[in-house]
Design a protein around this ligand. Structure first.
Ligand code: CDT
Length: 303
């Protein structure tokens, strides 16, 4: 069958001092709840194992490194992989990745896809890094993703996963239509993403009341214009004094939200997703082969 019960497993805030073991225990509880509801796939947030550390300038290298994973799975995350295999549930997980290549450290805002046997089935490294490189004194919270992460070097890969084709992205990527379009052109029927989105947008505070709207606008437009399912999962709530939006949801290829979180805490939302429904769009209004006009889209690929 091409029907899967899927879950967005929203996390409430993670304190700066909260150990990974605690975050993982919370995620395991959400996975168990998703399993009770029949889910076979769970989507966790971006940087799900720690507090959203790009909000702080961290100059001590060891203190910064402590927010990254150098291997996956590792001792802290192994229980998630074991639970996946035990429960027969695949999952998406966002985390900070640290590699050392030729003595040089490389840092990515990353996600993985783990199959229901507990094996890594796909990887992604965030392409659209928001924020700034240099700390800015006028901000209450920094947004130093450009300092702490390299531009993702994997592009937007699509993986054969649980009987369909699945792609990933991370937070700010969802605001860019190109993200969904490239994934859909590669056949993605399901796009999974995690996000950490502050309620307050310092450069344009007049948009603060629009943060939930812009989140759903992006997810729903991405789903509809590409005829794919989208699962977006927040890290939400008041994290170290910074309020993060919630609104984790599952969006059908029609652009309709079919399940949505009601809180800004740890919460599971589930829905049955039928991958065959993508054809309602992809064989009709968004039949790419029949109706796309790439010859007129040149500026999209110019720098
Ligand atoms: N994590 C992430 O990408 N957050 C951004 C915040 C706004 S830009 C400073 C987002 O697009 O939601």
């Amino acid at each position: 069958s091409r029907k899967i019960v899927a879950a967005a497993a929203q996390l409430g805030p993670i304190a700066r001092t909260e150990p990974r073991s605690s975050a993982v225990a919370r995620m395991l509880a959400l996975m168990e709840e998703a399993h009770r509801r029949g889910a076979r796939l769970v989507v966790f947030p971006e940087l799900a194992l720690t507090s959203f550390f790009p909000r702080w300038l961290i100059e001590d290298e060891a203190a910064l490194d402590a927010f990254y994973e150098t291997e996956m799975p590792n001792a802290d995350t192994r229980p998630l992989f074991d639970a996946a295999a035990r429960l027969g549930i695949g999952f998406y997980l966002g985390f900070a990745e640290l590699l050392t290549e030729g003595g040089v450290k490389r840092r990515f805002n990353a996600s993985i896809l783990v199959d229901p046997e507990g094996r890594i089935a796909g990887r992604y490294r965030k392409v659209h890094l928001p924020g700034h490189y240099h700390p800015e004194d006028w901000r209450r919270f920094q947004h130093l993703e450009k300092r702490y992460f390299e531009h993702g070097d994997l592009g937007f890969p699509v993986y054969d996963f649980m009987g369909g084709k699945a792609g990933m992205c991370l937070c700010n990527d969802r605001r860019w239509p190109e993200t969904f379009r490239v994934l859909a052109l590669r056949g993605a029927e399901l796009v999974m993403l995690g996000y950490n989105t502050p309620q307050h947008y310092p450069q344009a505070p007049e948009h603060d009341h629009l943060q939930d709207f812009h989140n759903h606008l992006s997810l729903q437009a991405g789903a509809y214009a590409n005829g794919c399912w989208v699962i977006g999962t927040a890290k939400a709530g008041l994290e170290e004094g910074c309020e993060l939006i919630g609104g984790s949801c599952i969006v059908a290829p029609t652009g309709e939200i079919v399940a949505m979180a009601q809180t800004r805490g740890d919460e599971v939302v589930t829905a049955e997703i039928d991958l065959d429904r993508c054809s309602e769009l992809r064989k009709n209004i968004f039949n790419f082969a029949l109706h796309r006009e790439p010859g007129d889209y040149g500026p999209i690929c110019e720098g």
